[in-house]
Design a protein around this ligand. Structure first.
Ligand code: ZN
Ligand code: ZN
Length: 257
């Protein structure tokens, strides 16, 4: 049994064949699915899917690429839903910053404000965080620690293999491992994988993005978590069944599902 802890089922690219996608995954051993909140515009779709399928959960949050929707979002209304298991994905992403140094700095400040606000909401509602970090390890770690995010914990989704973040394992954080692990150029992630405590590992696809080998180039889907689990088993030299049971228990513990 596997849990896909990060799958954007509310994405348009699953609209036409969502039931097939879910059934393929279920038959392949994927038993639970979490739709991360990213863009509030598709949140109602996520809730609709979670209400229709017992094994699908959702979270509510604002991605650093969608900051402007934060102020208008009524978190309270979503957090109280019985299938809402987390806050996020939220975090810092400096990868696409544009403009002058001042403009970049302003954008960073804005990202930080919205991230901190979501850490506070997670603590208020006692929900774990789904955290997105890209090219911003140091600032992200500082904010998580400064605002005591360990009270609720969370997952560093699509873990970027940065050493800087590894110590967060001691503060109740988990590491989401996805298709990148199967890529030829994933040396950094492959090397750091053995250093992540096994009780902090969870599996995700981040579909429709980051499709693992041998399906790279196609749309990603939860069934492909199988390839990620297999690769983990190979690299960690641990039987596939224990990878599946460990990561499943970890995810259930973190998200209380
Ligand atoms: Zn993300
Ligand atoms: Zn995502």
């Amino acid at each position: 049994m596997i849990i896909d802890t990060h799958i954007h089922l509310d994405d348009e690219r699953y609209r036409d064949d969502l039931d097939d996608v879910l059934n393929r995954a279920r038959e392949g051993g994927v038993k639970q699915f979490i739709i991360p909140g990213a863009d509030p515009k598709t949140l109602t779709r996520a809730i609709e899917i979670a209400e229709k399928n017992d094994d699908v959960y959702f979270s509510v949050g604002v991605h650093p690429y969608d900051l402007d929707s934060f102020d208008g979002l009524n978190f309270e209304a979503f957090v109280s839903h019985e299938k809402c298991v987390a806050i996020g994905e939220c975090g810092l992403d400096y990868f696409r910053l544009e403009g002058s140094d001042e403009e970049k700095e302003l954008e960073k400040q804005k990202q930080k404000r919205v991230f901190v606000a979501q850490i506070e909401l997670a603590k208020k509602y006692k929900k774990p965080l789904i955290i997105h970090i890209r090219d911003a390890s140091r600032d992200s770690k500082a904010l998580l620690l400064e605002h005591k995010a360990e009270e609720v914990g969370g997952v560093l989704h699509c873990f970027n293999a940065d050493d800087e973040l590894l110590s967060l394992a001691d503060n109740g954080f988990y590491f989401g491992i996805g298709g990148v692990l199967t890529f030829k150029n994933a040396k950094k992630l492959v090397n750091i994988l053995v250093r992540i405590p096994s009780e902090k590992l969870i599996i995700e696809t981040d579909g429709p993005y980051l499709t693992p080998t041998p399906h790279r180039g196609q749309r990603n889907e939860p069934f492909y978590t199988t390839f990620i689990a297999l690769k983990m088993s190979e690299l960690l030299e641990v039987p596939l069944e224990s990878i599946e049971s460990t990561t499943t228990q970890n995810a259930q513990k973190l998200f209380h599902i």
